[in-house]
Design a protein around this ligand. Structure first.
Ligand SMILES: NC(=O)c1ccc[n+]([C@@H]2O[C@H](COP(=O)([O-])OP(=O)(O)OC[C@H]3O[C@@H](n4cnc5c(N)ncnc54)[C@H](O)[C@@H]3O)[C@@H](O)[C@H]2O)c1
Ligand SMILES: O=C(O)[C@H](O)COP(=O)(O)O
Length: 569
C-alpha cells in the first residue's frame, strides 16, 4: 500500500540529527550519488527536497517537482538553488543562516595556524619518512596583526577567537556595527589599504558581490608585507587566483590558506589547481561548514522548517518569502517600495560618499510613519522593506534575501536596530497626508573616532524623508537639504557650494566622461544649524551609465564640489 506520509528526498550527506525529527511524520528517502537525470526522473514523487551545496536545484528540476512545496538548504549559501524559479512556482526555499558560523570561523583559524606553522608540509615530510625540522620554522600568532575584511557573523567570531592568541585585530567593513566590533576588540579602519599594509594575517569574510569580486588582485597583494599570509574561507572569486599564484611564486607574500575556489571542484589544469599544489598554500575542499556540530545545527534547523512548511505554518528563514502579503498589497505596496529604496539610498549615499564628509554608515535607526500612515494595521512589511533596502546593496542576492519572515532575525544578526514610531503631528505641518522619516542616530560607541561634521561639531543625525505621489516614491529631505525628486534609476548626488558655475562644472565632467544626464534637481539647505555649511546645496542628477569611481574622484577634485555619491536603484 502506498505511504500516506509526504515524502522528503535527501540526495546529499545531511546530518541524521535533523532527519530523525522528520521520521515521525514524513517518509524520508536518502539517495546519495544520483545523477542530474536520475534526480529529474524521481523528483515528481517528493514534497520536500533537502540539499547542501552540491546538488544543482535548477529551474528544470523544480518544474519537474510537481508536488514540491519546499527546498531546504542545510547551510547558508543558496547559490546552487534557482530561487527565482522556485518563487515563480510557489516553492519555498529555506536555509540555515547561522548554524555553521562557528565552524567557518574555527576553520579560518585552523588554516591560519596551519599556514603559520607549516603543518601540512611538515606532516607530508614526516609521512615520507623524513625528519627535516629546519625546513619548517614557522611564525607565532601572538602580537601579530590580524586584518579582517567583513566584520559580520563569521568575521567577528574569528576576531573573538584570535583575541585569545593575543593578536592585534583590525577590520575594514564600512557597514559594520561599531559596538559589536568594539566588543570583540576589533579596531575598525577606514580603508582596505590600511589593512593590506598592516596585516601579518589577512582574512576575508564578506559575501561575493560586485564590490568584493576580485577585491584582492595584484595591486592589493603588492601592498602587503612579504611575510604576510592570506586566508579565504568565504567564497571563491574574492581573491584573484592568478594574482595570488604569481605573488606566492615571486615571494612577495609568504603563504595562503584557501577553502573556497572560483569553480568548485577546480578542474585539473586550472589556476586553482596550481594554487592548491603550491607548497606555500594550505588548501581544503570547501570544508568551512564541515563539522559534526555545524552539520547537526543546520540539519535540525532546516528539518524543523520543512516540518513547519509541510504542516502549513511559516518557516523561520525563508529565502523567498514575500515582503508583502496579497491582502495588504493595495495599501502598502507603494510605501514598501518607498521604504526599501530609502534604505538603499541610505546605505549607498552615507556608506559610500567620496569627499569631505566621507563614509558614515550607522546601525541605529528611527523609522517614523507620519500622518495617515500612522493608522496602518501592520508595519511589518515596511520594517522588512527597510532592512532589505539597507542590506541589499552590500549583500549577495542569494545569501541574504530579506522578507517579512526573516527581517527581524537578519537585522539582529547584522547589529541593526530599528525603532518604529507613528506620529500624526508633522505631516500637516510639512504639507503631506503621509510621509516616512528615517533617522540614523549619531551616537556611535565605536573604536573609531566619530566622523567630524562639516562644522567640526559632533556628528548630527542623518535624516531621509520620503512620500508617495501617483504611486511613485519621492524624497522630500536628504540630510540638511530640502529635496524633491523621484527615487528611481541611477542617481549621482553631489554636495557643493551654492555658487554660480557649479552645475556647469559637474555637467562638463560628466559630459567629458560620456555620461548622459536625464534629470537634475537642486536641493537647497533648510535644516542646517547656523554656521554649519551655510552656503551649500545638493545636486541630484539621474545619470546613464553609472559613473566609474574615477569620474567621482574627478568631480570632487573640482573647486566647490565637496562630496559625491552614486545611488543605483
Ligand atoms: N567556507 C564555508 O563553508 C562557509 C561557511 C559559512 C559562511 N561562508 C561564507 O562566509 C562569508 C561571511 O558570512 P557571514 O555569515 O559572516 O556573513 P555576514 O553577512 O554576517 O557578514 C558579511 C560582512 O561583510 C560586510 N561587507 C559587505 N560588503 C563589503 C565590502 N565591500 N567591504 C567590506 N565589507 C563588506 C558586511 O557589512 C558584513 O558585515 C559569506 O560569503 C558566506 O557565504 C562560508
Ligand atoms: O554556504 C554554506 O553554508 C557553506 O559554504 C557550506 O556549504 P556546504 O553545506 O556544502 O558545506
Amino acid at each position: 500500500m502506498a505511504s500516506a506520509k509526504a515524502k522528503v528526498l535527501i540526495p546529499e550527506k545531511v546530518s541524521a540529527d535533523g532527519l530523525l525529527l522528520l521520521k515521525e511524520t514524513l517518509e524520508i528517502d536518502e539517495r546519495k550519488g544520483l545523477t542530474a537525470e536520475q534526480l529529474l526522473e524521481i523528483i515528481p514523487d517528493y514534497e520536500a527536497l533537502i540539499v547542501r551545496s552540491e546538488t544543482k536545484v535548477t529551474a528544470e528540476l523544480l518544474a519537474a517537482g510537481k508536488k514540491l512545496k519546499v527546498v531546504a538548504r542545510a547551510g547558508v549559501g543558496v547559490d546552487n538553488v534557482d530561487v527565482v524559479a522556485a518563487t515563480k512556482l510557489g516553492i519555498i526555499v529555506v536555509n540555515s543562516p547561522a548554524g555553521n558560523i562557528n565552524a567557518a570561523a574555527e576553520h579560518t583559524v585552523a588554516l591560519m595556524m596551519a599556514s603559520a606553522r607549516n603543518v601540512t608540509e611538515g606532516c607530508a615530510n614526516i609521512k615520507e619518512g623524513k625528519w627535516e625540522r629546519s625546513k619548517f620554522t614557522g611564525v607565532e600568532l601572538k602580537g601579530k596583526t590580524l586584518a579582517i575584511v567583513g566584520a559580520g557573523k563569521v568575521g567577528l567570531t574569528v576576531a573573538r577567537i584570535a583575541n585569545g592568541f593575543g593578536m592585534n585585530i583590525i577590520a575594514y567593513d564600512p557597514y559594520a556595527n561599531a559596538s559589536l566590533c568594539a566588543a570583540a576588540s576589533v579596531t575598525l579602519k577606514d580603508s582596505l589599504d590600511e589593512l593590506l599594509k598592516a596585516a601579518d594575517f589577512f582574512t576575508i569574510h564578506t559575501p561575493l558581490i560586485a564590490s568584493t569580486k576580485g577585491m584582492i588582485s595584484s595591486a592589493e597583494l603588492s601592498k602587503m608585507k612579504p611575510t604576510a599570509r592570506i586566508l579565504n574561507v568565504a567564497r571563491g572569486g574574492m581573491i584573484d587566483e592568478t594574482a595570488l599564484l604569481q605573488a606566492l611564486e615571486a615571494g612577495t607574500i609568504a603563504g595562503a590558506g584557501i577553502d573556497v575556489f572560483t569553480s568548485e571542484p577546480p578542474t585539473e589544469d586550472s589556476t586553482a589547481a596550481a594554487l592548491i599544489a603550491h607548497p606555500k598554500v594550505v588548501a581544503t575542499p570547501h570544508l568551512g561548514a564541515s563539522t559534526r556540530e555545524a552539520q547537526e545545527n543546520v540539519s535540525i534547523d532546516v528539518c524543523e522548517q520543512v516540518i513547519l512548511i509541510l504542516s502549513g505554518a511559516l518557516p523561520r528563514s525563508a529565502v523567498n518569502a514575500p515582503l508583502i502579503l496579497p491582502e495588504e498589497y493595495r495599501t502598502l505596496a507603494p510605501f514598501v517600495q518607498l521604504v526599501e529604496r530609502m534604505g538603499s539610498l541610505y546605505t549607498q549615499h552615507y556608506g559610500n560618499r567620496l569627499g569631505a564628509s566621507g563614509k558614515d554608515f550607522r546601525t541605529t535607526f528611527d523609522l517614523t510613519y507620519e500622518g495617515s500612515l500612522a493608522n496602518l494595521n501592520t508595519t511589518k512589511p515596511l520594517f522588512a522593506a527597510l532592512v532589505k533596502g539597507l542590506l541589499t546593496p552590500i549583500s549577495s542576492p542569494v545569501d541574504q534575501n530579506v522578507n517579512i519572515v526573516n527581517a527581524e532575525l537578519v537585522a539582529k544578526e547584522r547589529g541593526i536596530l530599528i525603532n518604529e514610531a507613528r506620529s500624526r503631528e508633522k505631516a500637516e505641518e510639512e504639507g503631506f497626508t503621509s510621509f516616512v522619516a528615517l533617522r540614523a542616530r549619531s551616537s556611535r560607541s565605536s573604536s573609531l573616532p566619530p566622523t567630524p561634521s562639516v562644522s567640526g561639531k559632533p556628528p548630527r543625525d542623518q535624516v531621509i524623508q520620503g512620500y508617495v505621489s501617483g504611486g511613485q516614491p519621492y524624497i522630500s529631505r536628504l540630510g540638511r537639504f530640502r529635496a524633491d525628486f523621484v527615487l528611481d534609476g541611477n542617481l549621482l548626488i553631489c554636495r557643493n557650494f551654492d555658487s554660480p558655475g557649479k552645475i556647469g562644472t559637474v555637467g562638463m565632467v560628466l559630459g567629458k566622461s560620456g555620461i548622459n544626464i536625464n534629470f537634475m534637481a537642486v536641493a537647497p539647505l533648510e535644516f542646517g544649524a547656523p554656521g554649519e555649511g551655510d552656503n551649500e546645496a545638493l545636486m541630484i542628477l539621474k545619470v546613464d551609465p553609472v559613473p566609474e569611481k574615477a569620474v567621482i574622484e574627478r568631480l570632487i577634485s573640482e573647486e566647490g564640489v565637496l562630496e559625491a555619491s552614486v545611488v543605483a536603484l
